[in-house]
Design a binder for this molecule. Sequence first.
Ligand SMILES: N[C@@H](Cc1c[nH]c[nH+]1)C(=O)O
Length: 377
Amino acid sequence: MFLPEGSKDDIGQVVANRFKVFETFRQVALSRNYTEISTPLVEYADTFTNDHVGMSLQNMLKWFNRDGAIEVLRPDWTTSISRALTNHHMDQHKWAYHGSIFRQEIPGVESRQVGIEIVQLPALLGESECLFLAYEFLNQLQINDVIVELGHTGIFEEWVTKLNLSEEQVDRLRNAMHDKRKDEVYEIAKQNGHEKEAEVLATLVDAYGPFEMIDEYFDRWEDQPKLISILKHIKQLGMTLRNIGIEDLIIDLGRVKNLPYYTGTLFRGFLKQNGATCFSGGRYDKLYDRYQLVTSAVGIAFDVDILAEQIRPEMKMEKICIIANDETLAYAEKHRQSLTNKIVDIRYDIPKTNQYDEMLIIMKKDDNKWEVTSYED
Ligand SMILES: N[C@@H](Cc1c[nH]c[nH+]1)C(=O)O
C-alpha cells in the first residue's frame, strides 16, 4: 500500500517527542492563563481567501462539497480562531491551540503547530507576552540555542507607498524583498521613475543584524515620523525582551509579511544549530475588521515537528519483561503495578533480543502460590 507524495508514517521516538512538545506547551500556556480553543479541521475556503485575510487558494487542500461550495483542510490556525472568536465573548484575551495545518507548499503537506493568539491587549503587552511565553516554553523543552528576530510590516509598506506601483508590482517586489534579491528589488522599485526611493528600498534588503543596529536607523530616518515611531516600538519591545534575559536578538527592518494578514510587528525564532524557523508570528489587527470589531490581535505559532527533532531523549528508565502465560497473566499484571517508575512489558514468549534490563518469570510454588523469580537463559 502506498501513501500520497509527502505523507508519511511516524514511529516511536518521533511521536513521543511530538507529544512532549504538545504537553509542555499546554502546561506552559495554562500556567499563563490561556484558554484552550479548537476549531474544526474542515472549513469553507472563503474563511481564508476573503479580501480581509487574502490567503491563496492555490496552496490549500480543497474539494467541492455537495452544494458546490469549496471546503478546505485548515490551512491556518490564526484565521480560523478569529472566525471562531467573533461568535464568542471577547472578555477572554489569551487563547492557546495545538493541532495540524495543511498547506501544499509545506513539505509533507501536514504540519503540526502549537500556538497562541492574544486579542484586545495593549500592543507591547501582547507582543511581549508572545515572546515571554516562547522563552519559557523553549526553556522547558531545554532548547536554548534560538535567535529571536524582530521586524515590522510597516517599514517596507511605508517606502512602497512612495513608489506609485500597481498591486501586482508590489506583490512581486514583496517576493523579491522576501528572498533578499537586491537587484530585482531595485529594478521593480524604480519602474515608475522613483530612483532615489528605489535605492533606499534596495538598501533595506541589508537592514538586518544585531538588535543594537537599530540605533543607526533612528539617524537615517530622522525626518520620517512614521518610521521613527515604528523603530521606537521595536526598540521598546527588544529592550523588554533583553530585560528578561533574551540575549540572542536580531532585527530585520526589511522583513516583509509572510502571511497576508500581518499589520505590524513580526517575529521569528531560528535554531542556531541549523537555521530552521521554530516559531513565527506577529500582529494582525485587521483580521477582525470584517466583523466590524476594533481589535488588537497578535499571536505566535511554533513548529512542533522542528522542536520535536531537538528534544533530547528522556532519562533512560529501566525496562523489565515479565514472562507469563494464560494462567499467570493476571498475577503478572498485579506484579507489574508494583514496579513503579520502570517500563514493564508482559510477554508469553521469551524475547530473543536483549532489549530488557531484566526478565522475570512467574513460577508456581509448592503451596500453590505464585512466585516471581529472575529469568536466566
Ligand atoms: N498563523 C501564523 C502564526 C501566527 C499566529 N498568530 C499570528 N501569526 C503561521 O502559521 O505562521
